[in-house]
Design a protein around this ligand. Structure first.
Ligand SMILES: [Zn+2]
Ligand SMILES: [Zn+2]
Length: 421
């Protein structure tokens, strides 16, 4: 390969090293990085040292020793210090994997750029990689001295350190830890996640008695704090696989969820103890089951899940209805439903007509003006509107089929039929 200055780099690394060495004092790391892709099983520093030895007799003024490296200003001398500071920062946290990153100073960016422009090398790697490697190795050594160990993870480390060479700071980022489970909501009137007060928007007012909340508690608030405590995290969120209405119960095996705990100091916890603590705190309003550690990708997975559901509803009719008329109307609900975004959620969801499916619909009269109805349907169907018709925004609907206005007065999700159900 012929480089910009006409120097044939493919021929002789020693010759190349000699030219770099002639340009000014350079440390073994920075020299070695120019040959990073040459040969295996050597550290950057070893590589630099080797080439320096081989090239030194070709350098006109000898290899100047003792002077600071013109590329990095002896950045590598400070690696152990940064590793020690990283260890200090992460002292309270449990982790199994880590990763170092580095923010180069503008000066080092410039000198590195100058080095690669003046001496283009086909084997060079960015200096940041060598700094990261050295930081990682120094960190592992310090950990080992404490009888601990951790491995580098490039994609999803438990803890991530960013060393800022300009600011001389070490930042710690702790990855969230996630747990899946299923929740049952055994009472009505509890939203899944906390709702800011409609009057004050969450600041706290007379209506909400200063709480800033529309409802005093939520499924999230009955589950998450226990997990935050167990993990000694800084906070957390609950992500549900869909959500039932505030006034609906969630029965059966419950609804799948993922809880994400932020900045956890512990990543492994006793989940049966957590379930017990949730049950003690929720006093029968909410239960959790099937809890397990989860990959963070499960959050997106669960949010996008669209599982079949089975619902049970108490329905009131405006006028008396006959049993056989109800059966006929329910039979006609089966199949495709065209559902426009319900009026009650149009302020927060795109106004579209969506196609949904009713698999089964059965029911019986409790009185001439009330019935209990069960519906098994595909994900995403607003079942209250399937009954009411929502001003004809859902077609077909039970009210239109009966010719009598019908309204859901009580709703239970009997089962969320996701793939594990
Ligand atoms: Zn250097
Ligand atoms: Zn308020």
């Amino acid at each position: 390969m012929v480089c910009a200055d006409g120097y044939n780099a493919g021929v002789d690394p020693v010759n190349y090293a000699a030219r770099v060495l002639s340009a000014g004092p350079i440390c073994d790391h920075c020299l070695g990085q120019q040959f990073a892709r040459l040969g295996h099983g050597l550290t950057g520093r070893d590589r630099g040292r080797l080439l320096r030895g081989q090239a030194s007799h070709r350098v006109p003024y000898g290899v100047r020793g003792g002077l600071p490296c013109w590329v990095c200003g002896n950045t590598f001398d400070r690696v152990e210090n940064w590793a020690a500071r990283a260890l200090e920062a992460v002292d309270a946290y449990a982790f199994g994997t880590f990763l170092f990153g580095v923010r180069l100073s503008p000066r080092l960016e410039a000198t590195q750029e100058h080095l690669s422009r003046t001496f283009p090398s086909p084997w060079a790697e960015p200096i940041r990689r060598e700094i990261n490697r050295c930081l990682g190795r120094a960190f592992e050594k310090l950990l080992a001295r404490q009888g601990r160990s951790a491995t580098v993870d490039f994609t999803r480390p438990d803890v991530r350190f960013t060393v800022d060479l300009e600011q001389e700071t070490v930042e710690l980022q702790v990855a969230s830890v996630c747990f899946t489970g299923r929740y049952r909501k055994l009472v009505r009137g509890i939203p899944q996640t906390h709702w800011p007060c409609r009057t004050c928007g969450g600041r706290g007012c007379e209506t909400c008695k200063g709480s800033g909340k529309q409802y005093p508690e939520s499924v999230e608030e009955l589950i998450v704090p226990t997990l935050v405590n167990a993990c000694r995290g800084s906070g957390g969120h609950l992500h549900g696989a869909g959500r039932e209405d505030v006034d609906a119960r969630m029965l059966g095996r419950g609804r799948p969820f993922v809880v994400e705990i932020l900045e956890p100091k512990r990543r492994t916890i006793d989940l049966s103890e957590v379930a017990d603590a949730v049950h003690r705190a929720a006093e029968g309003r909410v239960e959790v089951a099937e809890m397990a550690p989860a990959h963070p990708e499960t959050i997106e997975h669960i949010k996008n899940a669209s599982a079949d559901k089975r619902y049970r509803m108490r329905v009131n009719f405006e006028r008396p209805v006959a049993e056989d008329a109800l059966s006929r109307a329910l039979a006609e609900l089966l199949g495709q439903i065209q559902q426009r975004t319900p009026t009650r959620v149009r302020h927060r969801r795109a106004d579209l007509v969506r196609e949904r499916t009713v698999h089964t619909a059965t029911g019986e009269l409790l009185s001439p003006k009330a019935a209990e109805i069960e519906v098994h349907c595909g994900g995403g169907l607003y079942v209250k509107e399937l009954i009411s018709g929502d001003d004809e925004a859902t077609q077909p609907n039970l009210s239109a089929l009966l010719g009598v206005h019908a309204r859901v007065t009580e709703l239970d999700v009997l089962e969320v039929l996701d793939s594990t159900a």
